[in-house]
Design a protein around this ligand. Sequence first.
Ligand code: URA
Length: 260
Amino acid sequence: MKNRSIPFALYHLGLDTVKIEGARYAFLPGDPGRVPEIAKAFDPNAKEIGYKREYRTWLGKINAKSVLVTSTGIGGPSTSIVVDELAQLGVKTFLRVGTTGAIQPAILAGDVIITTGAVRIDGASTHYAPIEYPAVADYEIVKVLVEAAQAQAISYHVGISASCDTFYPGQERVESFFQYIPRRFKGQTEELRRLHVLNYEMEAATVLTLCSAFGLRGGCIAGVVTNRMKENGVAPEDLVLGERNAIKTAVEAMRILVQV
Ligand code: URA
């Protein structure tokens, strides 16, 4: 399935090789509402080319090269569909830009986390590669994300993330309807903290496992919207700050990546 022309719209994204105008780069936010903001941040003339279910895609240009912004929805299964279908259409570089909850004490809301690898507490990635296979980020993308954060004086942390399929029990949150953490997850946050894992999020393991398995480039940056050492909820002002810094860093990084 390498670089073949796909003239019909793929089932979930509703995109084909003509619509994406040869794009080889994609930003992957989770939220469809964030797609226009990211696209307009690098190209004021960016346009919407698809919107089905949670999958919204805008297309813009950086240095005359086509760049996509496609929302993944939340979690591994919907994210795997985006990475798989965009890869079928010829995309080679995937940059997830999302939000996250920090689990180390020194990380503040508004900081960004640049993931080098992800603990695979998801399910979707296991459908593509065995659990022993590492979910690692592309070295070049990590390097460029660091450069981009430094260039904009955004406080950043580089390291391992944990990707879970659930926001509540899988991230050990008791403030749920169930108010019960199954045995499998009890004590998980403390263990991850001691293993120097930086944060919880829900998509990195899927993006990084699939990209590595496909021989493509994958990277993840997430804006911190809460620190689980202090709170379990997300304050609206922290959400804005985390999102804004992650998007600024990701857009700057993509400007560099399209030239590499
Ligand atoms: N996203 C997550 O998955 N967890 C958080 O705590 C915040 C954002």
